[in-house]
Design a protein. Structure first.
Lengths: 112, 115
């Protein structure tokens, strides 16, 4: 199975400051046609996961532009340019290239 | 809009089975795989498997092989996930999520396994 390793697992951030979450995969996530199925999800307390970014860097409709995704191959990053109070929650990366699908352990973002 | 609505919370005894439903609306049901993911209390996300609603083909995670069955009813645009031989560590919220891009997700169904 492809292991997804996120860091850090806990991220205290000051309001208005940037935040960055790393996600590394144990194998390349590029598929046979050159697509990379690496997605990012936000899970606010008591809610279902919500997709923020799909295929590395495509922001979902309604997601604030302070969220951005980047990376390639096995190394990916989710960045929040200026953290707001509503960004508190747990963030997960997920790979959809290999079977079985696998998730990172989650990164808990909290306000200092 | 695309929506996935799941069935309500369930309580089962160890050794029993549970069947959770996920009703899709707002898109062509047979055009997208449906994935099932679970989350134990205070834990992360665990992929369980997926069903192709068009041909009913399934792929299950090794951890659930032999205990999980995913089915669909195209007449009602509903997928089902049945988990058997329940144990206390199957207590979790179970989610459905549409497609290879995992969007959107259902609201989740809490399954509690307790004697």
């Amino acid at each position: 199975d492809v292991v997804m390793t996120q860091s850090p697992l806990s991220l205290p951030v000051t309001l208005g400051q940037p935040a960055s979450i790393s996600c590394r995969s144990s194998q390349s996530l590029v598929n046979s046609v050159g697509d990379t199925y690496l997605h990012w999800f936000q899970q606010r307390p008591g809610q279902s996961p919500r997709r923020l970014i799909y295929k590395v860097s495509n922001r979902d409709s309604g997601v604030p532009d302070r969220f951005s995704g980047s990376g390639s191959g096995t190394d990916f990053t989710l960045k929040i340019s200026r953290v707001e109070a509503e960004d508190v929650g747990v963030y997960y990366c997920m790979q959809g290239t290999h079977w079985p699908r696998t998730f990172g352990q989650g990164t808990k973002v909290e306000i200092k | 809009q695309v929506q996935l609505v799941q069935s309500g919370a369930e309580v089962r005894k160890p050794g029993a089975s549970v069947k959770v439903s996920c009703k899709a609306s707002g898109y062509t049901f047979t055009n997208f795989y449906m994935h099932w993911v679970r989350q134990a209390p205070g834990q992360g996300l665990e992929w369980m498997g997926m069903i192709n609603p068009s041909a009913a083909g399934t792929t299950y995670a090794q951890n659930f092989q032999g205990r999980v069955t995913m089915t669909r009813d195209t007449s009602t645009s509903t997928v089902y996930m049945e988990l058997s031989s329940l144990r206390s560590d199957d207590t979790a919220v179970y989610y459905c999520a549409r497609g290879e891009l995992a969007h959107p997700w259902g609201q989740g169904t809490l399954v509690t396994v307790s004697s």
